[in-house]
Write a protein that binds this ligand. Structure first.
Ligand code: ADP
Length: 357
């Protein structure tokens, strides 16, 4: 177990591409940190620099207070699990799991005991004699995990380890990864582009875009208080509505004015405490989650249903109001159909105010 510290880490590839810019993170001993963001945002590069598979262009990486920049990957004592869990096809599961220990000269008896403990934890005792070719994708993924666990490393690094699994298996395996990490208490850094996976797994999530860290913190906190429209829209499903508006002050209090909503134009939504400071006339973005918008008889916004998605437990409704399309998630179906006229209410208390950009 160990703490990992990244101080102003950057990576510029030889072709001049700056993949990671000035990233600083303090990863506490035993915590589960998830790097999340769209493809190409620099997650894997960050993880690979921690593993030692990429050189660090500038900044300092420390594990347990010791500088790691120049330390070879095999001497960093961390175990990495990839999307492609290359197992040795000619070795049994047991030998695959014990391979790294054998290379290090760990005696046979101890090796067998550590493999058995990991197999027990993963529930794969019954396949120890099989070869990788005889296993399902899910079983192979467990063996890859087992191989990392038996090493008893200072930290686990996971790079999209569930991408090759079908959706059901992804959900069950991620729960298992979380359970095992809690049980072992090993510091873990996990990379995914999937916001749900990130929220489900992380003690802390780190949202990245274009090589920058935009925001980090416990998933609930980042979800409830996104610092930018990008983070608000990236986390959560269905996607947060982002409406372009103008900030206005009147009688000492602030409001956001949104034009082009059709009847009742312009829509005025008072701002609340905690919103970023703005001055009269500033362009701004108003974010509101579809779950928090109400369809009701006397709402100020009038619109027409243009799309419906039935979810079983509820319905996702897209409503066109003037120039805007607003997504609303409701319970049940309200007897709505395409073309239904509805009124909706946006509660100021559920709105987020963001600077434009
Ligand atoms: P992610 O893991 O978030 O999908 P990566 O860290 O793999 O993103 O890549 C970040 C950026 O760096 C991307 O624009 C990618 O094309 C670029 N990149 C990755 N590896 C190399 C490389 N070896 N040489 C040049 N550019 C690279």
């Amino acid at each position: 177990m160990s703490s990992i510290s990244l101080r102003s880490i950057s990576k510029t590839y030889p072709d001049g591409k700056c993949a990671v810019r000035d990233v600083s993170l303090e990863i506490e001993d035993g915590s589960f940190v998830v790097l999340v963001g769209p493809s190409g945002c620099g997650k894997s590069t960050t993880l690979r620099m921690i593993a030692g598979l990429e050189t660090i262009s500038s900044g300092v990486l420390e594990i347990d207070g010791e500088r790691m920049n120049e330390v070879r990957p095999k001497d960093r004592d961390i175990a990495m699990v990839f999307q492609n869990y290359a197992l040795y096809p000619h070795l049994s599961v047991e030998d695959n799991m014990g391979f790294a220990l054998r290379m290090r000269g760990v005696p046979k008896k101890e090796r067998a005991a550590r493999v058995r403990r990991a197999a027990d934890l993963l529930g794969i005792d019954d396949i120890l004699r099989k070869k990788p070719g005889q296993l399902s994708g899910g079983q192979r993924q467990r063996v890859a995990l087992g191989r990392a666990i038996v090493r008893e490393p200072k930290a686990f690094l996971f790079d999209e380890p569930l991408s090759n699994l079908d959706p059901d298996r992804r959900v069950s395996t991620r729960a298992e990864i979380r359970r095992i990490q809690r049980e072992l208490g090993t510091t873990t850094i996990y990379v995914t582009h999937d916001h749900e996976e990130a929220m489900a797994l992380g003690d802390v999530i780190v949202v990245m875009k274009d090589g920058d860290v935009l925001q980090s913190g416990p998933p609930g906190e980042v979800y409830d208080a996104p610092a930018s429209a990008f983070v608000g829209a990236f986390l959560g499903s269905p996607t947060m509505n982002i409406l372009c508006g103008v900030y206005r002050t009147s009688a000492g209090s602030g409001l956001v004015e949104i034009t082009g909503v059709g009847e009742g134009d312009p829509l005025q939504i008072p701002t609340r405490e905690g919103h970023p400071a703005m001055t009269d006339g500033d362009p701004c973005l108003l974010g509101v989650r579809p779950q928090l918008i109400r369809i009701d008889g006397d709402g100020p916004i009038v619109g027409e249903v243009v799309d419906l998605e039935t979810l079983g437990f509820g319905t996702d409704v897209s409503i066109r109001a003037g120039e805007h399309e607003i997504r609303v998630r409701i319970e049940g179906g309200h007897g709505l159909g395409i073309g239904s006229k509805v009124r909706i209410t946006i509660d100021p208390g559920s709105c987020h105010l963001f600077p434009p950009g």
